[in-house]
Design a protein around this ligand. Structure first.
Ligand code: FAD
Ligand code: SIN
Length: 521
Protein backbone atom coordinates (compact mmCIF):
# COMPACT_ATOMS: atom_id res chain seq x y z
CA UNK A 1 0.00 0.00 0.00
CA UNK A 2 1.39 3.42 -0.99
CA UNK A 3 0.22 6.71 0.47
CA UNK A 4 0.41 10.28 -0.87
CA UNK A 5 -1.41 13.56 -0.34
CA UNK A 6 -2.13 14.02 -4.05
CA UNK A 7 -2.46 11.22 -6.60
CA UNK A 8 -2.25 12.38 -10.22
CA UNK A 9 -3.20 9.89 -12.92
CA UNK A 10 -1.70 11.00 -16.24
CA UNK A 11 1.45 12.85 -17.24
CA UNK A 12 0.21 15.12 -20.04
CA UNK A 13 -0.21 18.88 -19.78
CA UNK A 14 -3.09 18.59 -17.29
CA UNK A 15 -1.49 16.16 -14.84
CA UNK A 16 1.94 17.78 -14.87
CA UNK A 17 0.56 21.32 -14.47
CA UNK A 18 -1.56 20.26 -11.49
CA UNK A 19 1.34 18.35 -9.88
CA UNK A 20 3.71 21.34 -10.06
CA UNK A 21 1.25 23.46 -8.10
CA UNK A 22 0.14 20.83 -5.59
CA UNK A 23 3.74 19.87 -4.78
CA UNK A 24 4.34 22.91 -2.54
CA UNK A 25 1.52 21.68 -0.29
CA UNK A 26 2.13 17.95 0.09
CA UNK A 27 3.49 14.78 -1.42
CA UNK A 28 2.51 14.14 -5.04
CA UNK A 29 2.60 10.90 -6.99
CA UNK A 30 2.15 11.01 -10.77
CA UNK A 31 1.24 7.69 -12.34
CA UNK A 32 1.44 7.15 -16.05
CA UNK A 33 0.76 3.99 -18.00
CA UNK A 34 3.51 4.50 -20.58
CA UNK A 35 6.70 6.59 -20.74
CA UNK A 36 6.23 9.92 -19.00
CA UNK A 37 6.12 11.94 -22.23
CA UNK A 38 3.63 9.68 -24.06
CA UNK A 39 0.13 11.11 -24.47
CA UNK A 40 -1.72 13.48 -26.78
CA UNK A 41 0.09 16.52 -25.39
CA UNK A 42 3.36 15.51 -27.02
CA UNK A 43 1.69 15.39 -30.46
CA UNK A 44 -0.09 18.76 -30.32
CA UNK A 45 1.01 20.75 -33.31
CA UNK A 46 -0.99 23.94 -33.79
CA UNK A 47 -0.55 25.53 -30.37
CA UNK A 48 -2.39 27.28 -27.55
CA UNK A 49 -5.08 29.87 -28.15
CA UNK A 50 -4.87 33.01 -25.99
CA UNK A 51 -5.40 36.75 -26.28
CA UNK A 52 -2.02 38.36 -25.71
CA UNK A 53 -2.14 41.70 -27.51
CA UNK A 54 -4.55 44.64 -27.83
CA UNK A 55 -5.08 43.94 -31.54
CA UNK A 56 -7.24 41.01 -30.38
CA UNK A 57 -9.74 40.94 -27.49
CA UNK A 58 -11.16 38.54 -24.89
CA UNK A 59 -14.64 39.27 -26.25
CA UNK A 60 -13.67 38.07 -29.72
CA UNK A 61 -12.11 34.86 -28.41
CA UNK A 62 -15.16 34.28 -26.21
CA UNK A 63 -17.48 34.84 -29.16
CA UNK A 64 -15.50 32.47 -31.41
CA UNK A 65 -15.59 29.77 -28.71
CA UNK A 66 -19.35 30.18 -28.20
CA UNK A 67 -20.05 30.11 -31.94
CA UNK A 68 -17.95 26.95 -32.45
CA UNK A 69 -19.69 25.36 -29.43
CA UNK A 70 -23.07 25.60 -31.22
CA UNK A 71 -24.88 27.28 -28.34
CA UNK A 72 -24.01 24.50 -25.87
CA UNK A 73 -21.04 26.09 -24.05
CA UNK A 74 -21.31 27.28 -20.47
CA UNK A 75 -20.71 30.98 -21.04
CA UNK A 76 -19.28 31.64 -17.57
CA UNK A 77 -16.79 28.82 -18.05
CA UNK A 78 -15.80 30.22 -21.44
CA UNK A 79 -15.30 33.69 -19.99
CA UNK A 80 -13.28 32.38 -17.04
CA UNK A 81 -11.02 30.18 -19.17
CA UNK A 82 -10.28 32.84 -21.74
CA UNK A 83 -9.61 35.64 -19.30
CA UNK A 84 -7.36 33.45 -17.12
CA UNK A 85 -5.39 32.28 -20.18
CA UNK A 86 -2.67 34.97 -20.33
CA UNK A 87 -1.60 34.34 -16.71
CA UNK A 88 -1.38 30.58 -17.27
CA UNK A 89 0.62 31.14 -20.49
CA UNK A 90 3.05 33.39 -18.59
CA UNK A 91 3.54 30.51 -16.14
CA UNK A 92 4.45 28.13 -18.96
CA UNK A 93 6.97 30.69 -20.18
CA UNK A 94 8.39 30.96 -16.64
CA UNK A 95 8.86 27.16 -16.66
CA UNK A 96 11.19 27.70 -19.64
CA UNK A 97 8.78 26.66 -22.40
CA UNK A 98 9.53 28.44 -25.69
CA UNK A 99 7.03 29.87 -28.14
CA UNK A 100 8.08 31.28 -31.52
CA UNK A 101 8.68 35.02 -31.80
CA UNK A 102 8.81 37.39 -34.75
CA UNK A 103 11.88 39.49 -35.56
CA UNK A 104 10.28 42.44 -33.66
CA UNK A 105 10.21 40.36 -30.44
CA UNK A 106 6.43 39.85 -30.32
CA UNK A 107 5.02 36.33 -30.27
CA UNK A 108 4.32 34.91 -33.72
CA UNK A 109 0.61 34.11 -33.61
CA UNK A 110 -1.05 31.61 -35.97
CA UNK A 111 -4.68 31.40 -36.96
CA UNK A 112 -6.88 28.28 -37.16
CA UNK A 113 -10.44 27.40 -38.18
CA UNK A 114 -13.20 29.32 -36.39
CA UNK A 115 -10.81 31.96 -34.96
CA UNK A 116 -11.55 35.52 -36.00
CA UNK A 117 -7.98 36.61 -35.24
CA UNK A 118 -4.38 35.43 -35.13
CA UNK A 119 -4.05 34.15 -31.53
CA UNK A 120 -2.40 30.72 -31.58
CA UNK A 121 0.85 30.72 -29.65
CA UNK A 122 3.05 27.96 -31.02
CA UNK A 123 6.48 26.39 -31.15
CA UNK A 124 7.05 25.63 -34.84
CA UNK A 125 4.63 22.79 -35.66
CA UNK A 126 5.45 20.79 -32.52
CA UNK A 127 4.08 22.94 -29.69
CA UNK A 128 2.96 20.00 -27.56
CA UNK A 129 6.39 18.38 -27.54
CA UNK A 130 7.93 21.63 -26.32
CA UNK A 131 5.28 22.05 -23.60
CA UNK A 132 5.71 18.45 -22.43
CA UNK A 133 9.51 18.84 -22.38
CA UNK A 134 9.36 21.99 -20.30
CA UNK A 135 6.86 20.61 -17.79
CA UNK A 136 8.69 17.31 -17.36
CA UNK A 137 11.95 19.12 -16.70
CA UNK A 138 10.29 21.08 -13.90
CA UNK A 139 8.66 17.94 -12.50
CA UNK A 140 11.90 15.98 -12.41
CA UNK A 141 13.63 18.64 -10.33
CA UNK A 142 10.86 18.83 -7.71
CA UNK A 143 11.64 16.98 -4.45
CA UNK A 144 7.98 16.46 -3.47
CA UNK A 145 6.98 14.72 -6.72
CA UNK A 146 7.33 11.00 -7.42
CA UNK A 147 6.81 10.19 -11.10
CA UNK A 148 6.08 6.52 -11.80
CA UNK A 149 6.05 5.24 -15.39
CA UNK A 150 4.36 2.07 -16.70
CA UNK A 151 1.81 2.16 -13.89
CA UNK A 152 -1.69 1.49 -15.17
CA UNK A 153 -4.60 2.78 -13.06
CA UNK A 154 -7.33 0.15 -13.13
CA UNK A 155 -10.05 1.36 -10.80
CA UNK A 156 -10.83 4.29 -8.52
CA UNK A 157 -11.32 3.32 -4.89
CA UNK A 158 -14.57 4.43 -3.24
CA UNK A 159 -16.92 3.22 -0.48
CA UNK A 160 -17.84 0.47 -2.94
CA UNK A 161 -14.53 -1.23 -2.09
CA UNK A 162 -15.36 -1.01 1.64
CA UNK A 163 -18.41 -3.15 1.00
CA UNK A 164 -20.99 -0.38 0.60
CA UNK A 165 -23.54 -0.49 -2.24
CA UNK A 166 -22.87 2.60 -4.39
CA UNK A 167 -25.20 3.82 -7.15
CA UNK A 168 -25.47 7.02 -9.21
CA UNK A 169 -27.89 8.24 -6.51
CA UNK A 170 -25.62 7.54 -3.52
CA UNK A 171 -24.87 10.88 -1.83
CA UNK A 172 -21.30 11.79 -0.89
CA UNK A 173 -19.40 9.14 -2.81
CA UNK A 174 -15.73 9.63 -1.88
CA UNK A 175 -12.56 8.74 -3.72
CA UNK A 176 -9.72 7.26 -1.64
CA UNK A 177 -7.18 6.63 -4.42
CA UNK A 178 -6.79 3.94 -7.06
CA UNK A 179 -5.82 0.34 -7.72
CA UNK A 180 -2.83 0.32 -10.05
CA UNK A 181 -1.30 -2.43 -12.18
CA UNK A 182 2.49 -2.37 -12.44
CA UNK A 183 3.09 -3.22 -16.10
CA UNK A 184 6.42 -4.90 -15.33
CA UNK A 185 5.73 -6.92 -12.14
CA UNK A 186 2.06 -7.50 -13.12
CA UNK A 187 1.06 -6.86 -9.49
CA UNK A 188 -1.86 -4.65 -8.50
CA UNK A 189 -0.89 -2.11 -5.84
CA UNK A 190 -3.19 0.09 -3.72
CA UNK A 191 -2.45 3.84 -3.94
CA UNK A 192 -4.15 5.87 -1.22
CA UNK A 193 -4.48 9.64 -1.50
CA UNK A 194 -6.41 12.47 0.09
CA UNK A 195 -7.01 13.99 -3.34
CA UNK A 196 -7.02 12.22 -6.72
CA UNK A 197 -6.81 13.95 -10.11
CA UNK A 198 -7.81 12.19 -13.30
CA UNK A 199 -5.79 13.58 -16.22
CA UNK A 200 -5.96 10.55 -18.46
CA UNK A 201 -6.66 12.25 -21.81
CA UNK A 202 -8.99 11.24 -24.60
CA UNK A 203 -10.73 8.31 -26.27
CA UNK A 204 -9.47 8.37 -29.90
CA UNK A 205 -8.85 4.62 -29.97
CA UNK A 206 -12.58 3.96 -29.81
CA UNK A 207 -12.29 4.56 -33.59
CA UNK A 208 -10.24 2.85 -36.31
CA UNK A 209 -8.53 6.02 -37.54
CA UNK A 210 -7.35 8.50 -34.95
CA UNK A 211 -4.69 11.12 -34.45
CA UNK A 212 -4.46 10.06 -30.79
CA UNK A 213 -1.61 7.95 -29.42
CA UNK A 214 -2.23 4.41 -28.15
CA UNK A 215 -2.62 5.73 -24.61
CA UNK A 216 -5.96 7.39 -25.50
CA UNK A 217 -8.34 4.62 -24.47
CA UNK A 218 -10.71 6.61 -22.27
CA UNK A 219 -9.51 4.95 -19.05
CA UNK A 220 -10.23 7.92 -16.78
CA UNK A 221 -13.72 8.49 -18.16
CA UNK A 222 -14.56 4.79 -17.89
CA UNK A 223 -13.15 4.50 -14.34
CA UNK A 224 -15.09 7.57 -13.24
CA UNK A 225 -18.27 6.22 -14.85
CA UNK A 226 -17.86 2.89 -13.05
CA UNK A 227 -17.28 4.77 -9.79
CA UNK A 228 -20.64 6.49 -10.51
CA UNK A 229 -19.32 9.97 -11.33
CA UNK A 230 -21.36 12.14 -13.63
CA UNK A 231 -20.22 11.97 -17.29
CA UNK A 232 -21.70 14.12 -20.03
CA UNK A 233 -21.54 15.40 -23.65
CA UNK A 234 -19.87 12.22 -24.90
CA UNK A 235 -21.67 12.41 -28.27
CA UNK A 236 -19.44 15.33 -29.23
CA UNK A 237 -16.45 13.54 -30.70
CA UNK A 238 -14.36 15.84 -32.83
CA UNK A 239 -12.89 14.49 -36.06
CA UNK A 240 -9.90 16.44 -37.34
CA UNK A 241 -10.43 17.15 -41.03
CA UNK A 242 -6.84 16.67 -42.11
CA UNK A 243 -4.88 13.68 -40.94
CA UNK A 244 -2.27 12.43 -43.40
CA UNK A 245 -3.67 9.62 -45.53
CA UNK A 246 -1.19 6.80 -45.00
CA UNK A 247 -3.37 3.71 -44.45
CA UNK A 248 -0.86 1.59 -42.59
CA UNK A 249 0.14 4.22 -40.06
CA UNK A 250 -1.44 4.37 -36.60
CA UNK A 251 -1.93 6.83 -35.03
CA UNK A 252 -2.64 8.94 -38.09
CA UNK A 253 -0.15 11.78 -38.48
CA UNK A 254 -1.80 15.18 -38.14
CA UNK A 255 -1.57 17.94 -40.74
CA UNK A 256 -2.16 20.96 -38.53
CA UNK A 257 -5.01 23.32 -39.19
CA UNK A 258 -2.42 26.09 -38.96
CA UNK A 259 -1.36 25.05 -42.46
CA UNK A 260 -4.82 26.03 -43.66
CA UNK A 261 -4.41 29.18 -41.55
CA UNK A 262 -1.29 29.87 -43.60
CA UNK A 263 -3.27 29.48 -46.84
CA UNK A 264 -3.43 25.77 -47.70
CA UNK A 265 -6.63 24.83 -49.56
CA UNK A 266 -8.75 21.68 -49.54
CA UNK A 267 -9.23 20.08 -52.96
CA UNK A 268 -10.95 17.01 -54.38
CA UNK A 269 -9.23 14.21 -56.24
CA UNK A 270 -9.41 16.21 -59.48
CA UNK A 271 -7.67 19.15 -57.83
CA UNK A 272 -10.83 21.31 -57.60
CA UNK A 273 -11.76 23.39 -54.56
CA UNK A 274 -15.06 22.34 -52.97
CA UNK A 275 -15.49 24.18 -49.65
CA UNK A 276 -17.44 26.99 -51.36
CA UNK A 277 -20.35 24.50 -51.54
CA UNK A 278 -20.41 24.19 -47.75
CA UNK A 279 -19.34 27.37 -45.95
CA UNK A 280 -18.34 30.95 -46.72
CA UNK A 281 -15.28 30.53 -44.50
CA UNK A 282 -14.03 27.91 -46.99
CA UNK A 283 -11.08 25.79 -45.78
CA UNK A 284 -11.03 27.70 -42.48
CA UNK A 285 -14.60 26.98 -41.45
CA UNK A 286 -14.97 25.32 -38.00
CA UNK A 287 -13.80 21.74 -37.85
CA UNK A 288 -17.18 20.02 -37.71
CA UNK A 289 -18.23 21.69 -40.94
CA UNK A 290 -14.95 20.96 -42.74
CA UNK A 291 -14.84 17.32 -41.55
CA UNK A 292 -18.43 16.74 -42.69
CA UNK A 293 -17.75 18.40 -46.04
CA UNK A 294 -14.72 16.13 -46.61
CA UNK A 295 -16.71 13.07 -45.49
CA UNK A 296 -19.48 13.98 -47.93
CA UNK A 297 -17.10 14.60 -50.83
CA UNK A 298 -15.31 11.31 -50.14
CA UNK A 299 -18.60 9.38 -50.01
CA UNK A 300 -19.95 11.05 -53.18
CA UNK A 301 -16.79 10.33 -55.12
CA UNK A 302 -16.10 6.91 -53.56
CA UNK A 303 -12.69 8.24 -52.53
CA UNK A 304 -10.64 7.16 -49.53
CA UNK A 305 -8.91 10.53 -49.27
CA UNK A 306 -8.89 14.09 -50.64
CA UNK A 307 -6.09 16.65 -50.87
CA UNK A 308 -4.71 19.65 -49.08
CA UNK A 309 -2.83 21.97 -51.41
CA UNK A 310 -0.04 23.97 -49.75
CA UNK A 311 2.17 24.35 -52.82
CA UNK A 312 1.57 28.08 -53.28
CA UNK A 313 2.83 28.84 -49.75
CA UNK A 314 6.38 28.26 -51.00
CA UNK A 315 9.16 25.92 -49.99
CA UNK A 316 10.99 28.29 -47.63
CA UNK A 317 7.86 29.26 -45.67
CA UNK A 318 6.78 25.63 -45.47
CA UNK A 319 10.15 24.41 -44.29
CA UNK A 320 10.51 27.18 -41.73
CA UNK A 321 6.95 27.23 -40.42
CA UNK A 322 6.11 23.52 -40.64
CA UNK A 323 9.42 21.65 -40.50
CA UNK A 324 8.02 18.43 -39.02
CA UNK A 325 5.18 18.14 -41.51
CA UNK A 326 7.58 18.92 -44.35
CA UNK A 327 10.03 16.25 -43.20
CA UNK A 328 7.34 13.65 -42.44
CA UNK A 329 5.72 14.00 -45.88
CA UNK A 330 9.08 14.01 -47.66
CA UNK A 331 9.87 10.77 -45.87
CA UNK A 332 6.82 9.28 -47.57
CA UNK A 333 7.83 10.69 -50.96
CA UNK A 334 5.51 13.72 -50.81
CA UNK A 335 7.25 17.04 -51.39
CA UNK A 336 4.58 19.43 -50.09
CA UNK A 337 6.11 22.36 -51.98
CA UNK A 338 5.38 20.44 -55.21
CA UNK A 339 2.77 17.79 -54.38
CA UNK A 340 -0.68 18.03 -52.84
CA UNK A 341 -0.99 16.29 -49.45
CA UNK A 342 -3.41 13.32 -49.30
CA UNK A 343 -5.68 13.76 -46.25
CA UNK A 344 -8.73 12.28 -44.57
CA UNK A 345 -10.57 12.98 -41.29
CA UNK A 346 -9.59 11.11 -38.11
CA UNK A 347 -11.06 10.91 -34.59
CA UNK A 348 -9.22 13.60 -32.69
CA UNK A 349 -10.81 14.99 -29.53
CA UNK A 350 -13.52 14.14 -26.99
CA UNK A 351 -15.38 17.32 -26.00
CA UNK A 352 -17.35 15.55 -23.27
CA UNK A 353 -16.17 13.54 -20.29
CA UNK A 354 -16.19 13.67 -16.51
CA UNK A 355 -18.40 16.55 -15.42
CA UNK A 356 -16.45 19.07 -13.32
CA UNK A 357 -17.31 22.44 -11.83
CA UNK A 358 -15.11 25.52 -12.34
CA UNK A 359 -12.75 24.24 -9.64
CA UNK A 360 -12.24 20.99 -11.52
CA UNK A 361 -14.19 18.98 -8.92
CA UNK A 362 -16.11 15.95 -10.18
CA UNK A 363 -19.38 14.77 -8.64
CA UNK A 364 -17.31 12.41 -6.42
CA UNK A 365 -15.72 14.00 -3.35
CA UNK A 366 -11.93 14.46 -3.43
CA UNK A 367 -11.87 13.44 -7.11
CA UNK A 368 -10.86 16.09 -9.63
CA UNK A 369 -10.49 15.89 -13.41
CA UNK A 370 -8.65 18.12 -15.87
CA UNK A 371 -7.60 18.08 -19.49
CA UNK A 372 -9.31 16.08 -22.20
CA UNK A 373 -11.01 13.60 -19.86
CA UNK A 374 -12.96 16.44 -18.18
CA UNK A 375 -16.17 18.05 -19.35
CA UNK A 376 -15.92 21.65 -18.20
CA UNK A 377 -18.52 23.33 -20.41
CA UNK A 378 -15.87 25.23 -22.40
CA UNK A 379 -16.33 23.34 -25.67
CA UNK A 380 -20.10 22.79 -25.77
CA UNK A 381 -20.99 20.93 -28.97
CA UNK A 382 -17.67 21.51 -30.71
CA UNK A 383 -14.21 22.57 -29.51
CA UNK A 384 -12.57 25.57 -31.09
CA UNK A 385 -9.09 24.68 -32.36
CA UNK A 386 -6.26 25.05 -29.83
CA UNK A 387 -8.63 25.66 -26.92
CA UNK A 388 -7.83 22.30 -25.28
CA UNK A 389 -4.26 22.86 -24.13
CA UNK A 390 -5.61 26.12 -22.78
CA UNK A 391 -8.48 24.42 -20.94
CA UNK A 392 -6.02 21.92 -19.45
CA UNK A 393 -3.75 24.56 -17.89
CA UNK A 394 -6.60 26.70 -16.60
CA UNK A 395 -8.42 23.76 -15.00
CA UNK A 396 -5.25 22.15 -13.66
CA UNK A 397 -4.52 25.43 -11.90
CA UNK A 398 -8.04 25.88 -10.53
CA UNK A 399 -8.22 22.26 -9.39
CA UNK A 400 -4.86 22.53 -7.62
CA UNK A 401 -5.90 25.75 -5.85
CA UNK A 402 -9.18 24.19 -4.72
CA UNK A 403 -7.57 20.94 -3.58
CA UNK A 404 -4.80 22.77 -1.69
CA UNK A 405 -7.46 24.74 0.19
CA UNK A 406 -9.34 21.58 1.19
CA UNK A 407 -6.66 18.99 1.80
CA UNK A 408 -6.13 19.96 5.46
CA UNK A 409 -9.62 18.65 6.21
CA UNK A 410 -9.37 15.37 4.32
CA UNK A 411 -8.19 12.17 6.05
CA UNK A 412 -6.60 9.21 4.29
CA UNK A 413 -8.88 6.18 4.35
CA UNK A 414 -6.75 3.30 5.64
CA UNK A 415 -9.42 0.58 5.64
CA UNK A 416 -9.12 -0.14 1.93
CA UNK A 417 -8.65 -3.85 1.15
CA UNK A 418 -6.04 -5.15 -1.31
CA UNK A 419 -7.06 -5.88 -4.91
CA UNK A 420 -8.96 -9.15 -5.05
CA UNK A 421 -7.89 -11.47 -7.88
CA UNK A 422 -9.44 -14.65 -6.43
CA UNK A 423 -10.73 -17.13 -8.96
CA UNK A 424 -9.08 -15.58 -12.01
CA UNK A 425 -6.90 -17.48 -14.46
CA UNK A 426 -4.48 -16.40 -17.20
CA UNK A 427 -6.24 -15.60 -20.45
CA UNK A 428 -4.22 -17.58 -22.99
CA UNK A 429 -6.14 -16.27 -25.99
CA UNK A 430 -5.12 -12.71 -26.83
CA UNK A 431 -7.24 -12.91 -29.98
CA UNK A 432 -10.32 -12.57 -27.78
CA UNK A 433 -9.08 -9.11 -26.88
CA UNK A 434 -7.49 -7.95 -30.14
CA UNK A 435 -10.33 -9.07 -32.41
CA UNK A 436 -12.98 -7.56 -30.13
CA UNK A 437 -11.09 -4.27 -30.10
CA UNK A 438 -11.08 -4.23 -33.92
CA UNK A 439 -14.80 -5.04 -34.05
CA UNK A 440 -15.53 -2.23 -31.62
CA UNK A 441 -13.47 0.30 -33.60
CA UNK A 442 -15.12 -0.70 -36.87
CA UNK A 443 -18.65 -0.50 -35.58
CA UNK A 444 -17.98 2.89 -34.00
CA UNK A 445 -16.32 4.21 -37.20
CA UNK A 446 -19.10 2.96 -39.47
CA UNK A 447 -22.15 3.69 -37.33
CA UNK A 448 -21.15 6.41 -34.86
CA UNK A 449 -18.66 8.50 -36.86
CA UNK A 450 -18.95 11.94 -38.44
CA UNK A 451 -22.48 11.33 -39.77
CA UNK A 452 -25.00 9.27 -37.78
CA UNK A 453 -28.62 8.12 -38.02
CA UNK A 454 -31.10 6.59 -35.57
CA UNK A 455 -30.81 3.22 -37.32
CA UNK A 456 -27.00 3.24 -37.27
CA UNK A 457 -27.00 4.13 -33.58
CA UNK A 458 -29.45 1.32 -32.81
CA UNK A 459 -27.29 -1.17 -34.74
CA UNK A 460 -24.19 0.04 -32.96
CA UNK A 461 -25.91 -0.38 -29.60
CA UNK A 462 -27.07 -3.92 -30.42
CA UNK A 463 -23.60 -5.03 -31.55
CA UNK A 464 -21.94 -3.29 -28.59
CA UNK A 465 -24.24 -5.07 -26.11
CA UNK A 466 -22.91 -8.43 -27.28
CA UNK A 467 -19.30 -7.27 -27.17
CA UNK A 468 -19.92 -5.85 -23.69
CA UNK A 469 -21.34 -9.11 -22.31
CA UNK A 470 -18.55 -11.23 -23.78
CA UNK A 471 -15.85 -8.91 -22.48
CA UNK A 472 -17.31 -8.59 -18.97
CA UNK A 473 -17.42 -12.36 -18.80
CA UNK A 474 -13.79 -12.63 -19.94
CA UNK A 475 -12.74 -9.89 -17.50
CA UNK A 476 -14.31 -11.62 -14.50
CA UNK A 477 -12.48 -14.88 -15.05
CA UNK A 478 -9.11 -13.56 -16.33
CA UNK A 479 -6.01 -12.37 -14.53
CA UNK A 480 -5.94 -8.61 -15.02
CA UNK A 481 -4.00 -7.29 -18.01
CA UNK A 482 -3.68 -3.78 -19.37
CA UNK A 483 -4.99 -4.84 -22.80
CA UNK A 484 -8.15 -6.39 -21.37
CA UNK A 485 -8.79 -3.48 -19.04
CA UNK A 486 -8.29 -0.98 -21.88
CA UNK A 487 -10.75 -2.92 -24.04
CA UNK A 488 -13.28 -2.73 -21.24
CA UNK A 489 -12.73 1.03 -20.98
CA UNK A 490 -13.08 1.51 -24.75
CA UNK A 491 -16.38 -0.38 -24.60
CA UNK A 492 -17.60 1.83 -21.73
CA UNK A 493 -16.71 4.98 -23.67
CA UNK A 494 -18.36 3.64 -26.84
CA UNK A 495 -21.47 2.95 -24.78
CA UNK A 496 -21.44 6.47 -23.32
CA UNK A 497 -21.05 7.98 -26.83
CA UNK A 498 -23.87 5.88 -28.31
CA UNK A 499 -26.18 6.53 -25.35
CA UNK A 500 -25.63 10.29 -25.49
CA UNK A 501 -25.97 10.38 -29.29
CA UNK A 502 -29.19 8.37 -29.16
CA UNK A 503 -30.74 10.72 -26.60
CA UNK A 504 -29.96 13.83 -28.64
CA UNK A 505 -32.85 14.17 -31.04
CA UNK A 506 -31.29 16.96 -33.10
CA UNK A 507 -28.23 17.65 -35.23
CA UNK A 508 -26.05 20.03 -33.31
CA UNK A 509 -22.32 20.73 -33.14
CA UNK A 510 -20.32 17.57 -33.70
CA UNK A 511 -23.38 15.33 -33.44
CA UNK A 512 -24.83 15.22 -36.94
CA UNK A 513 -27.67 12.85 -37.73
CA UNK A 514 -29.30 12.47 -41.16
CA UNK A 515 -32.61 12.03 -39.28
CA UNK A 516 -32.57 15.53 -37.76
CA UNK A 517 -34.22 17.77 -38.57
CA UNK A 518 -36.79 15.30 -39.99
CA UNK A 519 -37.20 15.79 -43.76
CA UNK A 520 -39.88 18.30 -44.62
CA UNK A 521 -39.05 20.54 -41.64
P1 FAD B 1 -2.71 13.52 -22.46
O1 FAD B 1 -1.65 14.45 -22.88
O2 FAD B 1 -3.27 12.62 -23.48
O3 FAD B 1 -2.11 12.65 -21.28
C1 FAD B 1 -2.84 11.57 -20.75
C2 FAD B 1 -1.95 10.85 -19.78
O4 FAD B 1 -2.69 9.91 -19.05
C3 FAD B 1 -0.83 10.08 -20.44
O5 FAD B 1 0.32 10.28 -19.67
C4 FAD B 1 -1.29 8.63 -20.34
O6 FAD B 1 -0.25 7.70 -20.34
C5 FAD B 1 -2.00 8.68 -19.02
N1 FAD B 1 -2.98 7.62 -18.79
C6 FAD B 1 -4.10 7.35 -19.50
N2 FAD B 1 -4.75 6.31 -18.95
C7 FAD B 1 -4.03 5.94 -17.86
C8 FAD B 1 -4.18 4.91 -16.89
N3 FAD B 1 -5.20 4.03 -16.92
N4 FAD B 1 -3.25 4.81 -15.92
C9 FAD B 1 -2.18 5.64 -15.87
N5 FAD B 1 -1.99 6.61 -16.78
C10 FAD B 1 -2.91 6.76 -17.75
N6 FAD B 1 -4.93 20.80 -28.58
C11 FAD B 1 -4.62 22.11 -28.65
O7 FAD B 1 -5.11 22.90 -27.83
N7 FAD B 1 -3.75 22.56 -29.59
C12 FAD B 1 -3.18 21.76 -30.51
O8 FAD B 1 -2.39 22.19 -31.33
C13 FAD B 1 -3.51 20.38 -30.49
N8 FAD B 1 -2.99 19.53 -31.41
C14 FAD B 1 -3.22 18.19 -31.27
C15 FAD B 1 -2.60 17.31 -32.16
C16 FAD B 1 -2.76 15.94 -31.99
C17 FAD B 1 -2.08 15.00 -32.94
C18 FAD B 1 -3.57 15.45 -30.95
C19 FAD B 1 -3.76 13.98 -30.75
C20 FAD B 1 -4.23 16.33 -30.10
C21 FAD B 1 -4.06 17.70 -30.26
N9 FAD B 1 -4.68 18.60 -29.40
C22 FAD B 1 -4.38 19.93 -29.47
C23 FAD B 1 -5.46 18.13 -28.26
C24 FAD B 1 -4.56 18.16 -27.02
O9 FAD B 1 -3.25 17.77 -27.39
C25 FAD B 1 -5.05 17.22 -25.94
O10 FAD B 1 -6.41 17.43 -25.71
C26 FAD B 1 -4.28 17.47 -24.65
O11 FAD B 1 -2.90 17.36 -24.88
C27 FAD B 1 -4.71 16.47 -23.60
O12 FAD B 1 -3.87 16.63 -22.49
P2 FAD B 1 -4.15 15.73 -21.22
O13 FAD B 1 -3.13 16.11 -20.21
O14 FAD B 1 -5.57 15.81 -20.85
O15 FAD B 1 -3.92 14.24 -21.74
C1 SIN C 1 -4.09 21.31 -35.19
O1 SIN C 1 -2.94 21.71 -35.07
O2 SIN C 1 -4.73 21.36 -36.23
C2 SIN C 1 -4.76 20.73 -34.01
C3 SIN C 1 -5.21 21.82 -33.13
C4 SIN C 1 -6.18 21.31 -32.13
O3 SIN C 1 -6.56 20.15 -32.15
O4 SIN C 1 -6.58 22.12 -31.31
Amino acid sequence: MKEFDFLVIGSGIAGLSFALKAASHGTVCILTKADASEGSTKYAQGGIAAVLYDTDSFEKHIRDTLVAGAGLCDEETVRMTITEAPERIRELIRYGIHFDKRPDGLYDLHREGGHSDFRILHHKDNTGAEVERGLLEEICSHPNITLMENQYAVELITQHHLGQWVTHHTPNIECYGAYVLDSKSKKVETYLAKVTLLATGGIGNVYTTTTNPITATGDGIAMAHRARAQVSDMEFVQFHPTSLYNPNESPAFLITEALRGAGAILKDLKGNEFMQKYDARLSLAPRDIVARAIDNEMKRGGADHLYLDARHIGKTALMEGFPNIFAKCLDLGINIAKDMIPIRPAAHYQCGGIVVNRNGESSIRHLYAAGECARTGLHGGNRLASNSLLEAIVYAHNAAMDAIGKIGNIRTCKEVPDWNADGTILNEEMVLVTQTRKELQELMSNYVGIVRSDLRLQRAYNRLSLIYRETEDLYKRSVLTEELSELRNLISCAYLIIRAASHRKESVGLHYSVDYPPSGK
